[in-house]
Ligand binder design. Structure first.
Ligand code: DX5
Ligand code: ZN
Length: 221
């Protein structure tokens, strides 16, 4: 039986004035990881939180922090996010300038490293470093905002990566991010994704709805 899919709720869709309570509530509802979207208004057209907020959130849950860095250049901030409590740090190849060096930097600081592929970025961007990544993230929207529509044309990329990961024999998580709902989740799971990021669909309806939201994304409901 394939391992149970893991859900990484994105705090981008949580109540931004109550991030601590929201983190605890989604953890209590059965989240597997907490996904933190870090945007710089330059690599992507939006701004979010910095390491100070990540550090403040650390005491609200013991779940791993899945930190998605949408900032360029990325290297100068890697250590700050790790010190703040990131367990897994994911970067975009375009954020550069040197992807291999960035991944080595993350590993050198004792954390797991991921590579995120934008909708316009090909699988070949991660191929040369597949031997050193712990996670590949397929963006199923263009990064920058929550609540966008799922790009079904990215499913082939998930299928292709599942094949390459299996062939590598390495344990590499295959995560998808953007427009994940109870309707699109079965499609990405069928294509081989094993970690689903969900913002809007995870945080819809307030805390009482969170457990049901996560169960529906897993297909348990
Ligand atoms: C977009 C972010 C996503 C976003 C997903 O740049 O990387 O994590 O929060 O939000 P939804 O699930 O609403 O598409
Ligand atoms: Zn993200």
């Amino acid at each position: 039986m394939p391992p149970r899919v893991r859900i990484a709720p994105s705090l981008l869709a949580a109540d931004q004035a109550r991030l601590g309570e929201e983190t605890a509530a989604i953890a209590a509802a059965g989240a597997d990881l907490i996904h933190l979207d870090i945007m710089d208004g330059h690599f992507v057209p939006n701004l979010t939180i910095g390491p100070g907020v990540v550090r403040a959130l650390r005491r609200h849950t013991a779940l791993p922090f899945d930190v998605h860095l949408m900032i360029a250049p990325v290297d100068p901030f890697v250590a700050a996010f790790i010190e703040a409590g990131a367990d897994l740090v994911t970067v975009h190849p375009e954020a550069g300038p040197h992807l291999h060096r960035t991944l080595a930097l993350i590993h050198g600081l004792g954390r797991r490293a991921g590579v995120a592929l934008n909708p316009g970025t090909s699988v070949s961007a991660v191929e040369p470093v597949l031997g050193m990544v712990d996670l590949v993230l397929v963006m199923t929207v263009n990064p920058g905002f929550g609540g966008q529509s799922f790009l079904a044309d990215q499913l082939d990329k998930v299928t292709e990566l599942r094949r390459r990961i299996d062939r590598s024999g390495r344990r590499i998580a295959l995560e998808v991010d953007g427009g994940i709902t109870p309707e699109t989740a079965p499609q990405v799971i069928a294509a081989g994704a094993d970690v689903l990021v969900a913002g809007t669909a995870a945080f819809a309806g307030g805390a009482a709805a969170y457990a049901g939201n996560l169960a529906r994304l897993r297909g348990d409901d």
